[in-house]
Design a protein around this ligand. Structure first.
Ligand code: NAD
Ligand code: TYD
Length: 351
């Protein structure tokens, strides 16, 4: 059985990737390495935790000795690296934790893979999961990020992800490490931590709390359903060309205020409220420092070369997402109260 190391598998996207690999690839044994920070929650994986081809390992990618030992103990065939600090607002108040996990942690994994695989590099694969935010921001409608777009990160988060991408490419060029990188647009779906726009709005709508829209709500994001991202990662891990980068996106651009209005209208219906009642909760707040105006991905390369396309229309994906949160209010309450971390008392540690 080939052993695959997935990092950050207890987080939002990672949990969907772990589920997909455990269930669609019974010939692999999946090791989920996660530090269980505030964003990591093993509740996300209850349905697969007893699968015979799944093992959870609690550990920190910043701990080089621990990572080295893990690679020595297990002869991993491949790595799918998602572990990261992922929230732009947190990166503005605490950039160093982004440098540690996103840059140092990634380099630790690269070093361990390089030394463990040195005898037969060609039989391995290091997949680095990155973001479209490394390309900076777009202004003109009709322009898109391509794989060749110049890097121009503008937040501490995107700067740390850009740096990690550069290290991955440098290890490919210098040490011939077999790598593949993808840069994806904003994801949404079940298990999304309610500090990010869509789950925060759903949570606050349920609780009838203010809906904080940054600035004038005119910033634009390109939204992709998380299971479509997990499927793209599966395709690229298996069929992506060595050393290549693939952009992943939904071709689904929304101005923040229009998205929040749509959510309000969907949830008015679901919660039996008067049409327009929830929208009254919208509150314009001080803009995020350095707020990127617009992200939009051109995913033609992935579609032409590997045949991937998004499967869900936004209306359907958003409806599924809202239903998931309404049916999983215990998950939402546990996450917002921090209760889920108490399950790991004694195991949970902060650096
Ligand atoms: P998330 O914050 O929900 O999850 C991150 C996971 O990594 C958590 O389980 C956390 O416990 C774990 N982790 C954090 N620091 C760690 C460390 N030092 N050692 C081990 N584990 C650690 O993030 P997400 O939104 O699921 O994003 C996953 C990846 O996808 C990230 O690399 C992110 O940059 C990238 N990405 C995210 C989006 C998005 O819209 N969320 C879009 C494109 C790319
Ligand atoms: P977010 O979900 O944090 O993702 P990212 O910044 O990585 O794109 O934010 C998405 C957009 O929503 C972004 O333009 C910032 C905005 N936003 C708000 O207006 N209010 C909020 O409370 C949050 C969290 C985000």
């Amino acid at each position: 059985m080939k052993k695959i190391l997935i990092t950050g598998g207890a987080g939002f996207i990672g949990s969907h990737v772990v589920r997909r690999f455990v269930t669609s690839h019974p010939d692999y044994h999946i090791f989920n390495l996660d530090a269980l920070t505030y964003a990591g929650n093993l509740e996300n994986l209850r349905d697969v935790e007893n699968a015979p081809n799944y093992t959870f390992v609690k550990g920190d990618i910043v701990d080089a000795a621990f990572i080295e030992k893990l690679f020595t103990e297990h002869n991993f065939y491949g790595v799918v690296h998602l572990a990261a600090e992922s929230h732009v607002d947190r990166s503005i108040s605490d950039p160093m934790s982004f440098v540690m996990t996103n840059v140092v942690g990634t380099v630790n994994l690269l070093n361990s893979a390089k030394s463990a695989w040195k005898e037969d590099l060609q039989n391995h694969r290091f997949y680095h999961v990155s973001t479209d935010e490394v390309y900076g921001e777009l202004h003109d409608p009709g322009t898109f990020f391509l794989e060749t777009t110049k890097y121009d990160p503008r937040s501490p988060y995107s700067a740390s992800k850009a740096s990690s991408d550069h290290f991955v490419r440098a290890y490919h060029n210098t040490y011939k490490l077999p790598v593949v990188i993808s840069n994806c647009s904003n994801n949404y779906g079940p298990n999304h931590f309610p500090e990010k726009l869509i789950p925060l709005m759903i949570h606050n709508i349920i609780q009838k709390k203010p809906l904080p829209v940054y600035g004038k709500g005119e910033n634009i994001r390109d939204w992709l359903f998380v299971e479509d991202h997990a499927r793209a990662i599966d395709v690229i891990f298996h069929d992506g060309a060595n050393g290549e980068t693939y952009n992943i996106g939904g071709h689904n651009e929304w101005k923040n205020i229009d998205l929040v209005m749509l959510l309000c209208s969907i949830m008015d219906k679901k919660l039996g409220r008067e049409e327009g009642e929830t929208a009254q909760l919208i509150t314009y707040v001080t803009d995020r420092a350095g707020h990127d105006l617009r992200y939009a991905i051109d995913a033609t390369k992935l579609s032409n070369e590997l045949g991937w396309k998004p499967s869900l229309q936004f209306a359907e994906g958003l409806e599924k997402t809202v239903d998931w949160y309404l049916n999983n209010q215990e998950w939402l309450n546990n996450v917002t109260s921090g209760t889920y971390q108490k399950y790991y008392d004694g195991m949970y540690s902060e650096r």
